[in-house]
Design a protein around this ligand. Sequence first.
Ligand SMILES: Cc1cc2nc3c(=O)[nH]c(=O)nc-3n(C[C@H](O)[C@H](O)[C@H](O)COP(=O)(O)O)c2cc1C
Length: 139
Amino acid sequence: MQLVFESLTGNVRRLAGRVARQAGLPDALDLRHAVPQGDYLLLTYTFQRGTVPGATSAFLARHSAGLRGVVASGSYHWGDTFARAADLIAAHYHVPVVAKVNKAGSDADVARIVRWVQAHHRPSLSPDMLEAAWTPGSN
Ligand SMILES: Cc1cc2nc3c(=O)[nH]c(=O)nc-3n(C[C@H](O)[C@H](O)[C@H](O)COP(=O)(O)O)c2cc1C
């Protein structure tokens, strides 16, 4: 499981960094500069009137195959549209909302996301490891 994020003012970047460190994962990938290999958790923010940021939408249109869940940041200040990007992405791509967080999220938010990542993490096996893991049957 990789972490992929978009961040405008730094809240989601900080959140993704904390989750990566606590879950023991490699650094989160900025979706504007990198393409994930395999399964990933998306962390993004909510933009004007509860919309999905443009770069996140464009990224998902091309790379939704590995999407396994979504976290959206927002601000309580926005009331009804709080972190709505998570709901929009979850409904469109049929993945769970892992968390909706205020700004960079609380310690409890980080812990909840880490638990989800650890429950869904499947370490990728290299061909060598697969070969080593294979054993012939008794006959
Ligand atoms: C122009 C603008 C519009 C926003 N609209 C919403 C919104 O509709 N709902 C919401 O929950 N947060 C909204 N926010 C708050 C951001 O989603 C929130 O601050 C988020 O943590 C930003 O993440 P970032 O620092 O990683 O860019 C808006 C922020 C800006 C600057």
